[in-house]
Design a protein around this ligand. Structure first.
Ligand code: NAD
Length: 496
């Protein structure tokens, strides 16, 4: 009750300030519903946003789920009255902020989460800004024949509930937002509490820019004090019909139990197989590049390596030549005792305090000093070792020796736990590539490159921060957040 009153007072004050700021002071701002919102030509300056009682000029910041959903619903209704060109403007504003402010926002994300590598936080935002798919990816299907003309168009769902992980808080929100808004939706986000400050700050910047240009506020509404309860309230809200989930097994389970349509970018545990035919130097370079990026926080990053015995020594030498540090079996066992916990929900997992830690910190945890340029730790284990079975998300990879290629693939398949997320092979044999691809049945399958090549970074294709391996949509695009509608003209409109 108190909060509702505070919200109302804030809305009134903000309306007055906005009217003064935009030169509307003393005049009554027209009360315009969504249907009467101004139609703008692309790039033109919008009239000031039309403010209502709920969520006016909040720039997306909410503590109450219901208010957040109402404000996002209003914003979405406004968006639907605008042109595709204006949707693109909204997406481009998000892109620009991610690119232009990458260093500052990346530093803020690191400051808050203290996981991963500071220098990679900005890179991830640039990637989100440059490569997330937007309006240009939308399309329609047309069927033209004796019985006339049928058009299938991809329509928005309305308000999409978004869950973001702590591993890439703002990059996931930004990348999701670009694709979800491009598809004509608005967003309500329950960010991971550990990355909520940066997500809320980013959402505020995005909303401010969109409001200033297009006069729509709260296109991205966000819960500033997210909890499991606010996530649950979002999942159960009657005005939300689509959930976009990025996270581990717990949230995926909760979303799928909601009874709503859920696009789930769930966990992975990507194995690498290096066979005897591989270019070993390239394999070592790629494994380090993929696994050490942001201290292995990416869900698609190399998590364990199965090596044919014939190239075991050669691969070890190449790893060391490329700034990886080899732990002994005793040392990697000692590290596992410190950093891996569980099982919980049937899976071993990394202890929170070690997620996203670098090689030097991990080594220090077991009293080992490594050279300052060390990118990654690696060490010998068996296939059932906790480092193999857990999605460890830190800069240490277990290496498992296999008698032959088929055994390596069998162990890789077991370690992937049926998540069907990502698998990587280093080989020159097409038969081996094909065999492993069929066996693994993963959403991403990378051959002779670092894992991120599977997400369009250094490989062909496009990029998203949400790879919906769990529910099968794959690398998400604007079309992922649409529903198909068909419009049929019978026996007419075909002009040939
Ligand atoms: P996490 O599962 O701890 O949290 C993810 C999000 O889910 C957070 O916002 C959290 O608050 C929320 N959450 C957790 N349990 C919930 C529940 N029961 N109900 C409602 N919300 C709940 O994961 P994390 O540590 O933030 O991120 C790492 C995990 O996410 C890894 O498993 C990684 O593989 C996965 N991930 C997957 C992708 C992908 O594209 N497939 C991308 C990034 C991360």
């Amino acid at each position: 009750m108190i909060e509702a009153n505070e919200g109302l007072v804030r809305d009134v004050v903000e309306q007055v300030l906005e009217q003064v700021r935009t030169g509307w002071g003393g005049r009554v701002a027209p009360t315009v519903g969504a249907s009467a919102a101004p139609t703008l030509t692309a790039g033109s300056r919008a009239a000031p946003a039309v403010t209502g009682a709920v969520g006016a000029n909040r720039f997306g910041q909410f503590t109450d789920v219901n208010q957040a959903v109402q404000a996002a619903a209003k914003a979405q209704a406004q968006l639907m009255t605008r042109s595709l060109a204006q949707r693109k403007i909204a997406c481009d504003l998000i892109r620009r902020i991610c690119i232009d402010q990458a260093d500052r926002l990346g530093a803020m994300e690191f400051e808050e989460t203290r996981i991963g590598r500071p220098e990679h936080k900005g890179e991830k935002l640039v990637l989100a800004g440059e490569q997330s798919l937007g309006v240009e990816f939308l399309r329609s299907n047309v069927f033209s024949g004796d019985h006339g003309l049928t058009v299938e168009e991809f329509a928005p769902w309305g308000v999409v509930a978004v869950i973001t992980p702590v591993t890439h808080s703002l990059p996931t929100l930004a990348s999701n937002a670009i694709s979800i808004i491009a598809a004509g939706n608005s967003i309500v986000c329950n960010p991971h509490p550990g990355g909520a400050k940066i997500a809320c700050h980013g959402a505020k910047l995005f909303n401010q820019a969109i409001y200033e240009k297009l006069g729509i506020d709260n296109l991205l509404s966000i819960l500033t004090a997210p909890t499991l309860e606010t996530a649950g309230a979002m999942f159960g809200h009657p005005d939300i019909r689509l959930l976009a989930i990025t996270g581990g097994p717990g949230v995926v389970k909760a979303a799928l139990a909601s009874g709503k349509r859920a696009i789930c970018a769930g966990p992975g545990n990507p194995p690498v197989v290096v066979d005897a035919s591989a270019d070993i130097d390239n394999a070592a370079r790629c494994i380090i590049e993929g696994a050490a990026f942001d201290n292995n926080l990416l869900c698609l990053a190399e998590k364990e390596v199965f090596v044919e015995a014939a190239v075991w020594d050669k691969l070890h030498a190449a790893m060391k030549a490329h700034s990886a540090f080899e732990l002994s079996a005793q040392q990697i066992n000692a590290l596992a005792d410190k950093v891996i916990a569980g099982p919980t929900d049937g899976h071993l997992h990394a202890r929170r305090e070690f997620v996203g830690k670098g090689a030097a910190d991990l080594a220090a945890a077991i009293g080992v000093r490594v050279p300052p340029n060390t990118e990654l730790l690696f060490g010998p284990t068996g296939p059932d070792h906790p480092f193999v079975q857990a999605e460890q998300m830190m800069s240490c990879l277990p290496f498992v020796k296999a008698d032959g290629f088929e055994q390596a693939v069998a162990m890789a398949k077991q370690a992937e736990h049926g998540f069907r997320h990502t698998a990587i092979i280093h080989s020159r044999l097409v038969d081996h590539m094909t065999y492993m691809g069929k066996q693994m049945d993963t959403c991403l399958y990378v051959k002779n490159g670092p894992s991120m090549a599977g997400d369009g970074v250094g490989g062909e294709g496009y990029c998203s921060y949400s790879i919906a391996c769990t529910t099968g949509e794959g690398v998400t695009t604007p079309l992922t957040y649409t529903r198909m509608r068909r419009c049929v003209m019978v026996d007419n409109l075909r002009i040939i």
